[in-house]
Design a protein around this ligand. Structure first.
Ligand code: HAH
Length: 329
């Protein structure tokens, strides 16, 4: 009965958020309202869902989640205005099948960003203006995407300007994964430094934090936070979870997590949140990519048909050992 909650325990530190889907208010509403102070739509605000065809928007799912957030005093992070994935082909192709021009794509993007960010103005407090624009492998810089090929290297700058015009009060983020891996970290740093120098309205870096039991190392996480913070931007941990399987591990035999997995995971959640608390002046929001272990995007990814248990609440919605380590300080 005296169990603390995440949002109370962290109210002097940062917002604690969860990614949600259209049914989540029914299936996970009580847990969300009790524990979290912020939401992100896992898919409902992505271009593919909001803007399936030229000239047609579908706001039903996003509006439902936005209303749930507003009615319960929860903040909403916007995810995402520009991404090369989960964006319909029509953004990049003419009805006759030919490719669109730079001007046409920029007009589509401008209209999309103004409509979406305009609709949620004053309700969505920050946007992932651009999601995942950088290469992973060594060598190269900007990821090869239709936006890069059609618009050119200034597309990220332009997207930030459009988002700022559409909602001047929203905090704007560049959001990336593998953000603690040293080469990718340095690319993110270089990209955001360039945006700032060129006068683009970028306010923060989103560290997705799709992490594992074995990596990244706590010192790498610290080094990434330090490096990003040196740009005087704020940081949001936007999509955190700790997969119980390494990226290369494709075993499919488990029907429940082993005691070792749960203990290692708890220990790591504990040390990582301790680090976040240390950086509370820059780390302003920490969001897990899901609510509880009964549903996570990792149930099918990267290994089809395999369940994962990466979050801090169990499949039965009760706190895991990870929760105890996070709130005990
Ligand atoms: C994230 N990409 C996306 O930002 C989020 O919108 C999505 O729901 C899940 C993960 C991370 C990612 C990926 O999509 C594929 C491979 C590695 C990482």
């Amino acid at each position: 009965m005296n169990t603390p909650t995440l949002k109370d325990r962290y109210k002097d530190y940062f917002d604690v958020g969860a990614a949600v889907w259209p049914d989540a208010p029914e299936t996970h509403g009580e847990l969300i309202k009790r524990q979290f102070s912020c939401l992100t739509c896992e898919n409902a605000m992505k271009p593919a869902v909001l803007h399936p065809e030229r000239g047609r928007y579908d706001f039903a799912a996003a509006d439902g989640l936005m209303d749930f957030a507003s009615q319960n005093g929860l903040k909403m992070r916007g995810h995402t205005l520009l991404w090369h994935n989960q964006t319909p082909d029509w953004f990049f192709k003419r009805p006759d099948g030919g490719g669109v021009s730079r001007e046409e794509l920029l007009e589509t993007l401008r209209e999309h960003i103004h409509t979406v960010a305009g609709r949620y103005k004053g309700r969505v407090f920050c946007w992932d203006a651009v999601n995942e624009g950088l290469v992973d492998s060594s060598g190269g810089f900007l990821r090869d995407t239709p936006y890069l090929r059609i618009v050119g290297e200034d597309y990220i700058d332009l997207a930030f300007h459009m988002a700022h015009e559409a909602d001047p009060d929203a905090l704007l983020f560049f959001n990336e994964y593998n953000e603690c891996e040293p080469e990718k970290r340095d690319r993110i740093y270089t990209l955001v430094k360039g945006l700032i120098e060129r006068g683009a309205p970028v306010h923060g870096i989103g560290m997705q934090a799709h992490w594992y039991l074995g990596n990244p190392d706590i010192d790498e996480i610290r080094a990434a936070i330090e490096k990003y913070a040196s740009l005087n931007v704020i940081l949001h941990v936007t999509e955190m979870e700790l997969s119980v399987f390494g990226w290369e591990d494709r075993r499919t035999d488990l029907t429940e997590p082993s005691p070792w997995m749960l203990e290692t995971q708890a220990e790591r959640y504990g040390e990582i949140f301790r680090l976040f608390r240390e950086y509370k002046d820059v780390v302003r929001c920490v969001t897990t990519w899901g609510v509880a272990d009964d549903y996570t995007w990792l149930d099918d990814f990267p290994q089809k048909g395999r369940k994962n248990w990466p979050l801090i609440f169990g499949a039965d919605h009760t706190p895991k050992a990870a929760f105890d380590r996070i709130v005990q300080f």
